[in-house]
Write a protein that binds this ligand. Structure first.
Ligand SMILES: Nc1ncnc2c1ncn2[C@@H]1O[C@H](COP(=O)(O)OP(=O)(O)OP(=O)(O)O)[C@@H](O)[C@H]1O
Length: 209
């Protein structure tokens, strides 16, 4: 049975200095109800995901987390959350096999064999390459794979198809749609093809003060 995750925000707001980026967002996110956070460049999508991830404190309101009906402390949510985002870097000096072994000590994957994982992200031929030797699209498949195939019940993706070609985008859509029924999925995007399967949408510009 998949874990049932729930995140509830109550009048959540974030400002940098005196500028409110978003304000008074009250919403419930749940396993099986994928949600897209949409808006133009600079509107606050990444900021919203970072506040929900616990990377940034809110300026106003609250966020609460539940897993199978039990409240999670905000310090503990990181272990239950997988995030792939342009501002999160991979360790460039590791080979892909080394990265797999390092990463899975902290964030286990459903694919426990590195070979199987690298085949699933179409990087099996690069397994002895260092991360810095990969193209930007290859790195993006690696980042996405680490989030998509993690065992964490919550998965947040920011600009998931950045640098992916048409084949990569089709792969992303197949894999994310397979994950949606049994995980809490949140996608920050301004590309319809990254989120048009999401049953919920939050337009961040609706929450400007
Ligand atoms: N650490 C920070 N300090 C000050 N301002 C910030 C900080 N991070 C983001 N901002 C500002 O917050 C606003 C929202 O930025 P954010 O990156 O969340 O937008 P976005 O919708 O994700 O944009 P994009 O589509 O370009 O990725 C921008 O005006 C940005 O300059």
């Amino acid at each position: 049975m998949p874990s049932l995750a729930r995140i509830e925000t109550h009048t959540l707001g974030k400002r940098f200095r005196r500028e409110w980026i978003f304000h008074r967002i009250s919403h419930r996110f749940e396993t099986g109800r994928p949600c897209a956070v949409i808006g133009p460049n600079g509107s606050g999508k990444s900021t919203f995901l970072q506040v929900l991830s616990g990377f940034m404190p809110p300026s106003d309101g609250t966020v609460s987390y539940q897993l199978d009906g039990k409240t999670l402390e905000s310090e503990a949510i990181f272990q239950h959350l997988a995030l792939a985002a342009p501002y999160l870097d991979l360790i460039e000096e590791f080979t892909l096999e080394e990265l797999f072994h390092f990463h899975t000590q902290f964030k286990p994957l459903t694919l426990t064999d590195p070979q199987e994982f690298l085949e699933r992200v179409y990087l099996e031929r690069a397994r002895r390459k260092a991360v810095y030797e990969l193209s930007s699209g290859m790195k993006q498949r690696l980042k996405l794979g680490l989030a998509l195939f993690s065992t964490a019940p919550m998965v947040f993706l920011d600009e998931p198809t950045a640098n992916l070609d048409a084949q990569g985008i089709a792969w992303y859509r197949r894999e994310i749609e397979a994950q949606c029924p049994h995980r809490l999925v949140l996608i920050a995007s301004n590309q319809t093809y990254e989120y048009d399967f999401c049953e919920q949408q939050i337009a961040i510009t609706d929450f400007v003060r």
